[in-house]
Design a protein around this ligand. Structure first.
Ligand code: BTN
Length: 283
């Protein structure tokens, strides 16, 4: 993990900034750009680009104190304290892509949105040459190595429900820059594809896909999207072992329930719904 970064000197907000930002993280991060893309429907119409933050999810949550538009994106070139699922750290060296989106869905769908957002991530990876698949719930994997992860959090601010979805992609990261214990299980776009893909280009494509998915989410029944997700989830059909708290279960990953659960059939033929915990694919 990165050490905490020293704060830059105080600065004035550029005159063209349209969004009022007063995040506490501005003490330790420098906003280096603000991009507007009016053609997008909801997600990615405004992107705030920082050089370094503690965590883009945290910066996004701090921004919720002000009246920010839905779909606002917080993007950073590195994170000093990137967070993963289950309280784990997300190593965030320079070269990777770290972005969080602010959503205001009508229902408390943080978890299922985190699941569905795996689809645009995989689409973007494939577009740029890595034929990734989705390990349940939302790890983008290539040849059994993780290349991207998603952390989705539901947050109430001033009685309004928000979802912050954070995506980390190992784009232009040198594998050696990741922690030693992560290296054997991880890969990067740079390692798998010969052609250089700038993070701006990757993010632009990813945002178009995320915007499309979120628009479908707002206009379609969620079951249809979960069905699409099922088609992309490479865990289905595999023998798995899952651990939730103290309980461990071994069986075959059989289906994705309409609620987004992974349905596992154990060796006695009983069905179980699995949502969160540790999932291991057995050979
Ligand atoms: C995981 O697979 O454990 C989820 C990793 C999510 C990492 C991203 S990077 C951008 C956003 N900010 C964070 O602190 N975490 C997410």
């Amino acid at each position: 993990m990165w050490p905490r970064l020293p704060g830059p000197p105080p600065r004035r907000r550029p005159p063209d900034a349209h969004v009022e930002i007063s995040p506490r993280s501005s003490d330790s991060s420098l906003k280096i750009g603000e991009v507007h893309e009016a053609n997008r429907k909801a997600v990615g119409r405004t992107i705030l680009h920082f050089d370094a933050v503690e965590s883009t999810n945290e910066t996004a949550k701090e921004l919720l104190e002000s009246d920010v538009e839905e779909g606002l994106v917080v993007w950073a070139d590195r994170q000093a304290a990137g967070r993963g699922r289950h309280g784990r750290a997300w190593a965030s060296p320079l070269g990777g892509l770290y972005a969080s989106f602010i959503l205001r869905p009508r229902e408390a769908h943080a978890w299922v949105l985190g699941l569905l957002f795996g689809m645009p991530v995989v689409k973007a990876l494939r577009h740029f040459g890595v034929f990734a698949g989705l390990k349940y719930p939302n790890d983008a994997m290539y040849q059994d190595r993780k290349i991207a992860g998603i952390l989705s959090e539901g947050v109430y601010r001033h009685d309004v429900y928000h979802v912050v979805v954070g995506i980390g992609v190992n784009t232009n990261v040198d594998l050696e820059k990741l922690p030693a214990e992560v290296q054997p299980k991880a890969t990067t776009l740079k390692r798998e594809v010969n052609l250089f893909v700038a993070n701006e280009e990757f993010l632009d494509y990813l945002l178009n896909q995320v915007d499309d998915l979120y628009s479908r989410y707002r206009n379609t029944r969620i079951e249809f999207l979960v069905k699409d997700y099922r088609g992309q989830c490479t865990t289905i059909g595999k023998r798995v072992s899952v651990t939730t708290g103290k309980e461990k279960l071994t069986g075959k990953a059989y289906d994705i329930g309409t609620n987004g659960a992974l349905v596992i059939i154990d060796d006695q033929g009983a069905k179980h719904d699995f949502f969160e915990g540790t999932l291991e694919i057995l050979k």
